[in-house]
Design a protein around this ligand. Structure first.
Ligand SMILES: Nc1ncnc2c1ncn2[C@@H]1O[C@H](COP(=O)(O)OP(=O)(O)OP(=O)(O)O)[C@@H](O)[C@H]1O
Length: 695
């Protein structure tokens, strides 16, 4: 088996076998495995709430830009789609015209008792051509649409990904920004595709309505109408409504799952950029371009095979509806055929002309509902236009942490002696917080020193780490790196020179190997270095023991969807089978997760790093792992400046060059272990409490 493949083949086999027992239906559509529970049905009524109408004026430049982007991304496929849509929209009018002609001919035949065979053949042939062309057009349009969608989605999702990836933590966490970012999606699809499909659909409907109105206007000239017969026209819509209720696989409980590695990667990367939990890691690890490159590469590899769940739904829907739609067509024409036959048999019983009947029929059923649809879609179209404007504007959302322009380090000493750090009267409050997380904090750390920050929960230890990595800017005061204000330094340089392990570290929903590799985006493919970093982080042994080793996907519920009123039992029965669970849902212990996070920090190129920041790096480690880690880190002392936040007193505090004891959001004691014990203050008190446990 290719090392990048999940064991989905054997899983599919299993699914097929189970499906043959009638437990559920299994269908493979593109990259999707779809399961439908046939034992339970539900009939959910979907409500469509029209969006509010708003002004168009300011959105026109954005619409223009959108159209030009769509044209570039869609290319020939777009032109083909528009042409097919236009033909599709005009065919009903042509068909209506010939229906009218047919009826006129029948009427003339009745009156003159003589049939014009040439005209009859001409009309019948035209009808047949219209009918075949409509089917062919629909089929071609359907096939073309999936490629078009893939192109448009690829283009616009890249823009969305970039817009998300470039934001810093405070900006990303801003509720208003979140709401704007959220508006880039409509369900499964990006605004780029949703807007285009709506625009094409709406335009097609308008063309269809206008062309048929024209034909009708032409036909109505000199005709008498009878409203009673119009009722016959409702037979078809009624039949369709009854026929559609409660049928279709998607009305059952369902589970959809994709095992395509590239698709999972696309979803995972896109999720990382949208989820606030990953923001620290993305910003601190300079991962913005890395994620974009990976996304682009996976998207390219997947090519036109990529299909959203919505696309798979449409494919299935189209195949499901093949026969019924033919029946609907027949029923739709039944009243007309019936009256035509009646006219031929007994002309005196006909209350109105057959041409009028046709006009009434079309008017009552198709055109009225079409007009209603156009009206309803017009409103949602306007809200799509607003969404397009937002879509282009989000790329300009300014970051709250403003980039500096001085390179760092100022003098290149290969980072061998670490960075000199100084906090000068620093205060800090989180955005929207009610009180300061740090108050008037001052301290300094010399190059190569080991600093440990201790204190109770919520005293500000992690906040210092976040300010040192410039995830946030301090509210007042100054932070100096090698004598320079951190705000004047290039952010990307600061992040590259800093290795950080957050307390709330996150693993990305990609493979273990890729997670570790992200420690050095430039060299993320280097298997040797990944394995070496895993060894240093203490993760190598347990990773090697996993069936998929470094290819094991972390937290990959990506690509699994469910629907229906109670899909959980189906999910449990089918998708959570042991085989699948192993491949997509690897659960690791807290300690193992922490070892992976540590491994990522060891992936960072040694020469680049001048400052190592560790927020509770051993909280989830067992004593042996903690000791081993400490030994490895101690070897770096003197080469890198290291700042730890910790609750534990032990190896770290004893070897620290400086300990900062935090209380009430400020540093209240500072010194070495021996100095602070001699001081007999708060640090000594806390140390003695812990030490007594071992007496
Ligand atoms: N994102 C945030 N938004 C608002 N307030 C926050 C945020 N993160 C932390 N705080 C608050 O800032 C203060 C300092 O938090 P910080 O995480 O720095 O403490 P800590 O000493 O690291 O705590 P612990 O030992 O529990 O990790 C706390 O009062 C906390 O509630």
């Amino acid at each position: 088996m290719n090392k990048h493949d999940l064991p989905h083949e054997s899983f599919d086999e299993k699914a097929r076998k189970a499906a043959s027992n009638n437990q559920f239906k299994f269908v493979r559509v593109g990259i999707w495995n779809l399961f439908f529970d046939l034992s339970r049905r539900n009939s959910r009524i979907q409500l469509d709430i029209p969006s509010r109408v708003s002004g168009l004026g300011e959105t026109i430049p954005y619409l223009w830009r959108y159209m030009s982007d769509v044209r570039k991304a869609g290319g020939d496929v777009l032109v083909f789609d528009i042409a097919l849509s236009a033909i599709n929209a005009l065919l009903p009018a042509v068909s209506l015209y010939y229906s009218g002609e047919l009826l006129r001919m029948i009427q003339a035949t009745i009156e003159k008792r003589e049939i014009d065979q040439g005209s009859f053949i001409h009309i019948a042939a035209a009808h047949a051509v219209c009918s075949i062309a409509a089917k062919g057009c629909n089929r071609a349009k359907f096939q073309n649409a999936s490629v078009l969608k893939r192109r448009i989605e690829a283009h616009f999702r890249e823009h969305i990904l970039h817009a998300h990836a470039r934001l810093d933590v405070p900006t990303f966490n801003d509720a208003a920004v979140q709401s704007r970012l959220g508006a880039c999606f409509s369900g499964d699809n990006s605004v780029g595709w949703t807007a285009l499909s709506k625009i094409i659909h709406w335009s097609t409907n308008v063309l269809q309505l206008l062309s048929q109105l024209l034909v009708i206007a032409n036909m109505l000239q000199g005709q008498k109408n009878d409203i009673l017969l119009a009722l016959l026209c409702f037979v078809a819509p009624l039949f369709m409504w009854i026929g559609e209720r409660g049928t279709g696989l998607w009305n059952n409980n369902w589970v959809a799952y994709s095992s395509d590695v590239n698709y999972i990667k696309l979803e995972g990367l896109s999720r990382c950029t949208q989820d606030a939990r990953y923001r620290h890691e993305i910003v601190a690890g300079n991962l913005q371009s890395y994620i974009q490159d990976k996304y682009r590469a996976a998207s390219k590899t997947l090519g036109d095979a990529s299909m959203s769940l919505d696309g798979a739904r449409q494919v299935l829907h189209a195949t499901e509806r093949g026969v019924p739609s033919f029946l609907y067509d027949l029923v739709g024409q039944a009243p007309e055929l019936f009256i035509a036959a009646r006219a031929l048999k007994a002309p005196s019983t006909i209350p109105v002309s057959l041409a009028s009947l046709k006009v009434l029929q079309e008017k009552a059923s198709t055109l009225s509902s079409l007009a209603f649809v156009i009206w309803r879609e017009s409103q949602s179209l306007l809200s799509q236009f607003r969404a397009i404007r937002n879509f282009y504007e989000i790329i300009n959302i300014p970051n709250k942490v403003v980039d500096g322009n001085e390179p760092y380090p100022i003098d290149t000493k290969d980072g061998k002696v670490g960075a000199a750090i100084e906090f000068k009267n620093v205060s800090f409050r989180y955005p929207d917080a009610e009180k300061d997380a740090l108050r008037d904090v001052s301290f300094s750390i010399k190059p190569g020193q080991l600093c440990v920050i201790v204190g109770a929960n919520g005293e500000g230890k992690s906040s210092i780490i976040k300010l040192l990595n410039r995830i946030y800017d301090c509210t007042s005061g100054q932070i100096l790196f090698d004598g320079k204000d951190i705000r004047s330094l290039r952010l990307a340089d600061v992040h590259r020179r800093t290795s950080v392990l957050y307390q709330d570290y996150q693993h990305f929903p990609v493979s273990i190997g890729e997670n570790i590799g992200m420690g050095d985006p430039q060299d993320s493919h280097n298997d040797l270095r990944i394995r070496e970093a895993a060894k240093l982080g203490g993760a190598a042994d347990f990773v090697n023991s996993l069936p998929e080793s470094f290819d094991t996907l972390l937290d990959s519920s990506t690509g699994v969807y469910m629907g229906g009123d109670n899909p959980d039992p189906l999910f449990e029965r089918i998708v959570s089978s042991k085989l699948l669970r192993r491949s997509i849902r690897t659960s690791l212990s807290g300690g193992q997760m922490q070892r992976l996070a540590l491994s990522r920090t060891f992936m960072q190129p040694d020469g680049d790093v001048t400052l190592c920041l560790y927020d509770e790096p051993s909280a989830a480690l067992d004593p042996q792992a903690e000791y081993d880690l400490f030994q490895r880190l101690c070897a770096l002392k003197g080469e890198k400046t290291m700042v730890f936040s910790s609750h534990r007193f032990g190896h770290l505090t004893k070897h620290a060059d400086i300990i900062l004891y935090m209380k009430d959001a400020t540093v209240c004691e500072a010194g070495t272990h021996a100095e602070l014990l001699a001081e007999d203050g708060l640090y000594a008190k806390l140390y003695n409490i812990q030490a007594q446990a071992f007496l």
